[in-house]
Design a protein around this ligand. Structure first.
Ligand code: AMP
Length: 191
């Protein structure tokens, strides 16, 4: 299996690039943010719980997120692999993912980390708010909080995969096509 963690701060382009990767490599796209938003829309118990954290730009607690991720993975029968988009966001999540995948006789192949500087992220998120309908994109204070949470809690996850020699940094500035090509070549040379 080809299991990729597509990593990066909010607004780095993970969702957009995931679409390109699943098309080329035939992978299953698993975005924890998308699953939470679908649950909020359907007013499920999980959605109600996640909403207060998401609206504040905070992380949904690890235990809830990890359980949700596991139940999403097992929905797919004999997949070629997964793109994990927006997961793991803490070291505890990365550890749990490793253990869970080991139980399925597979593992993470590669972490591809999109790198974009903060001012560019803020501009992109406010622009995205015009069509995403996401309350967490529309409020500059929530954007600041999400970036701070990324820097403090999520960026350290890079070291987890660096230690396993699975980490590749990708320049996330340029046209969507240029960035896609960088991702393709990173996958093709490292896999
Ligand atoms: P995203 O769509 O990836 O930008 O995620 C939107 C929001 O969903 C985040 O700001 C968090 O509140 C929540 N979320 C998504 N993925 C995770 C995760 N792996 N761990 C905790 N919270 C998450």
């Amino acid at each position: 299996m080809l299991n990729i963690v597509l990593f990066g701060p909010p607004g780095a382009g993970k969702g957009t690039q995931s679409e390109r990767l699943i098309e080329k490599y035939g992978l299953v796209h698993l975005s924890t943010g998308d699953v939470f938003r679908a649950n909020i829309k359907d007013e499920t118990e999980l959605g109600n719980l996640a909403k207060s954290y998401m609206d504040a730009g905070q992380l949904v607690p690890d235990e809830v997120t990890i359980n949700m991720l596991r139940s999403e993975v097992v929905k797919h029968d004999a997949p070629k692999g997964f793109i994990f988009d927006g997961f793991p966001r803490t070291n505890a999540q990365a550890q749990a993912l490793d253990e869970f995948l080991a139980g399925l006789q597979t593992e993470i192949s590669l972490m591809l980390a999109l790198e974009v500087e903060e001012n560019e992220l803020k501009t992109r998120l406010l622009k995205r708010a015009e069509f995403s309908g996401r309350p967490d994109d529309a409020d500059p204070a929530v954007i600041e909080k999400r970036i701070a949470v990324y820097n403090n809690e999520t960026a350290p996850v890079k070291a987890f995969y660096q230690a396993q020699h699975k980490f590749v940094a990708i320049d996330g500035i340029g046209s969507i096509d240029e960035i896609t090509q960088r991702l393709f070549s990173a996958i093709d040379t490292n896999n």
